[in-house]
Design a protein around this ligand. Sequence first.
Ligand SMILES: [Ca+2]
Length: 470
Amino acid sequence: MVASPGNSLIGQSMKKNHTAFALTLLAMVSVAACARNTPDTSQPSILTAASTAASPTATRPAATRPSATRLFEPLETRPPNAREQKPAFAGQTRASGVKSNVAFEVTVLARGLDRPWAVEPLPGGDLLITEKSGQLRIVSAQGRVGQPISGLLPVGSGGLSASSGLGGLPPITARGQGGLLDVALSPRFARDRTIFWSFSERREGGSGTSVARGVLTADRANLEQVRIIFRALPTYNNGLHFGSRLAFGPDNMLYVTLGDRFDRPNRLKAQQLDTHLGKIVRINPNGSAPTDNPFVRQSGATPTITPTIWTLGHRNIQSAAFDEKGRLWTVEHGARGGDELNLIEKGKNYGWPGVTYGQEYSGEPFEGAVTAREGYMQPVYYWDPVIAPAGAQFYTGNAFPSWRGSLFIGGLASQRLVRLIIKDNRVVGEEHLLTERQQRIRDVRQGPDGSLYIVTDHANGELWRIAPKR
Ligand SMILES: [Ca+2]
């Protein structure tokens, strides 16, 4: 089955965005120049090319002025792995480095977490944490680590693994990249106390990404009414590329990101509408497919799969975040080069594995692949070499006013927190934070107090709070 082609992003808005990009860049450089009264030789040189490109009397749009942000050369200075590849538009990779003038402090709230995969702030300030080996816990706002939440095993298929039943969660296979993965609160959590979580489920013949839901008891010690609402198909036998971030949209629908399960023949399924692999699916909170999903009328022989699909052509999406306008952005893993930030639009094809940046881990080019083709979405931004993205969050809080609107992305192999400044659907600045801590950052979320909360991907994993320096 072949997907219907979407519109190309390149032709749509390039001209308009070039102008906007230049204006934004000018505004940022002007701010940076004003803020720099004395020469600071310890910093990289500030870009000056853009400041000569327009009249100094040009009006600066106040709304786009990032406060106290300085602009530098791109942070990435290593050569790309795929040296012959060229971006489809200016600023698609290696945007200007930025340095925000923000005084923050990092508090290690908890240690000894077993490869935490997700942190989800609760309304009162406590934090729900998943550990990949199969525990769901609450860590208090003060850092007290709670016992695993217990509950009912669900009715349904799936054998038992060593981790099964720990914390009352469904049969989880914690193999390779799999295990207990993301967790999300119901949009009506304050009333229904319902949570959703993704996990790699052990099944006949292998494993697959599944999503379950359950109700947290009032004492927060147990899960009740647990049931699996979604199973990614087909089942496949390896421990790689499960996805799987969960994000509720402003439409109260649950968006689930799913990996391609890695292996070379299998990755072609990312382009097929009769599998869930390499897709973003959009489901009702009971797991059914909304009738306004894009491929509902093409369900054919796979009525439980095709109608759930929202977008296709993804490799392994491990970041998903809605912005303040209610638009979904995702970051997916490339191979050797080619991590990409995408703005998700209903029914579109994001290219993998035929239209992509980067190359095989072996250093060979992807067989038959190109970096751009009509009908396939271009990433808004890509990295080569990679950052190895994890969780992501658009910042909307009051604790750090100059970070509002920024997209924060955890970096695994890159061991950093990446901040992107996005204007008019283009990345105009990139900052790398927390590099000195040298830890794999698995998830980043904003708490009700405007702090950022981070978990690190280690056997002795940590939970950090990023708050304004006192
Ligand atoms: Ca892509």
